[in-house]
Design a protein around this ligand. Structure first.
Ligand code: CMC
Length: 426
């Protein structure tokens, strides 16, 4: 089927249909205003395909997530985060040589300009790390403007950003604790390096545990991309105006921070703590979430696309079971989370609305077990999401027929009226 028809008034309109490799076909409405004098209205763009993309595929009904055609389960089991980052940015899995080269770039570009360190002291000590991250990433353009000059090798640009964001995140943590920063080391892998920069200190040697490193790789892979979600749309929006990579990623970080999006992982931990402090009264909070007279929702539950168990949540839940027992962490919030899931999934309110745990429900507990503080949980999501954002920025920037993203609206304000001078206004 290559076209769709619809009738408006007495007129019949024919609209072309765009076919995907997988998923839903799309009705092309881009000429509808000219032909029928109509725009389409889609609150939240929940049923609108804003671009053609070959990066990530999500089948929300069946709980399927693939990056460049590879299932998330396989990538989590067999790959490192760096390998997946390469896959997303390049569109193919790296050979050993390509992976080595990419890892070398990550090492070579892991430092931030020393002058950028002064920025940290300008923030109040209790600043939210997402505010710092977003500001620092935009500032990177002042120090590394090469992307605008047509970088011959996008690998270096991608590696520079992926590596530096990790360093900025760890430095901001150290600064918030009033501790000296720990510089990146050439002999450590991407994730081990991050843990060392976060938790090593001159007075206490941090022992890198390979189980924790593996779990961190897996968590970052779970976050690495998720097609046209809110923050990725922010990245593509900036990219569509030919905005630079750093500005676009900074916009993505700001969007991710929201509590209905990536900020939910912080909100989940705060909610679980609140339930725990309230004698672990899970049913009370399930009832509260169902009551429409307040704005309380079960954080980490529900998803705009998944109307089935989020495959990332499934993997994170299993990871919780294994990692916490291996590293001997007994987190009472995990018990609350398990109970909450059990009660909610038996409740008709959640069953009828197809509300299941999403990626943020269990990942916060895993990061906590690694020692990451609650206000840094969304930063962890951002580090993981970076390769996806970079790939999405690149895809947008390279589209030869790319258009600036400029939606329409249904105007519901006052109609034009005569101007009232100030001395005649009531
Ligand atoms: N708790 C209670 N009720 C909920 C929840 C929830 N977590 N999520 C949705 N609902 C209800 C909602 O009130 C509505 O009920 P009704 O039909 O009676 O009006 C119905 O389910 C549909 O909700 P919606 O807001 O139209 O659904 P959506 O698909 O637009 O929203 C969501 C998706 C993720 C914003 C929403 O489920 C939510 O607020 N969840 C909690 C926040 C959260 O965990 N966010 C992280 C999402 S995963 C990370 C990411 O990729 O962003």
């Amino acid at each position: 089927m290559s076209s769709a028809q619809f009738k408006f008034g007495e007129n019949l309109f024919v609209l072309p249909v765009v076919s995907p490799t997988d998923g839903y076909m799309g009705i092309d409405v881009s000429r509808l205003r000219e032909s029928a004098g109509l725009v389409t209205y889609d609150n939240g763009m929940a049923n609108t395909a804003v671009c053609k993309s070959s990066i990530t595929y999500v089948d929300g009904e069946n709980g399927i997530l693939c990056y460049r055609g590879y299932g998330i389960e396989d990538l989590v089991e067999h790959c490192s985060f760096v390998e997946v980052a390469y896959l997303l940015v390049h569109g193919k899995l790296p050979t050993k040589e390509e992976l080595n080269q990419f890892s070398t770039y990550l090492n070579e570009h892991s430092m931030i300009h020393e002058d950028m360190q002064h920025f940290f002291t300008g923030f109040p000590p209790n600043s939210h790390p997402m505010a710092i991250l977003s500001a620092m990433v935009t500032s990177l353009f002042s120090f590394y403007p090469h992307i605008m000059e047509g970088d011959a090798n996008f690998d270096i640009t991608a590696a520079r950003l992926i590596s530096k964001v990790r360093t900025i995140a760890a430095f901001s943590y150290k600064k918030s604790r009033g501790q000296p920063v720990v510089y990146p080391r050439h002999d450590l892998s991407y994730c081990a390096n991050f843990l060392n920069m976060m938790f090593n200190s001159p007075v206490k040697n941090y022992e890198i545990n390979h189980h924790v490193v593996k779990a961190l790789n897996q968590l970052f892979i779970l976050h690495a991309d998720h097609e046209q979600n809110c923050s990725t749309t922010a990245v593509r929006l900036v990219a569509s105006a030919r905005g630079n990579l750093y500005a676009a990623i900074s916009a993505g970080i700001s969007a991710l921070w929201g509590s209905l999006h990536g900020g939910a992982n912080q909100a989940v931990i705060e909610m679980l703590q609140m339930i725990y402090d309230d004698c672990g009264d899970v049913p009370k909070y399930v009832e509260l979430a169902k009551n429409k007279e307040n704005r309380f929702r079960l954080m980490g539950f529900g998803h705009a696309v998944y109307k089935n168990y989020d495959p990332r949540a499934k993997i994170a839940k299993t990871l919780c079971d294994t990692l916490l027992s291996i590293i001997n962490v007994n987190d009472p919030l995990l018990d609350i989370a398990l109970k909450l899931e059990e009660v909610a999934l038996k409740d008709d309110y959640f069953i009828s609305r197809k509300l299941y745990p999403n990626v943020d429900f269990y990942t916060g507990i895993l990061y906590r077990a690694m020692g990451v503080p609650t206000n840094m949980l969304t930063v962890m999501f951002a580090i993981g999401r970076l390769p996806g954002w970079i790939a999405q920025w690149k895809e947008t920037a390279e589209q030869v027929d790319g258009k600036i993203i400029r939606p329409r609206q249904i105007y519901i304000g006052p109609s034009r009226s005569g101007f009232v001078p100030i001395d005649k206004r009531m």
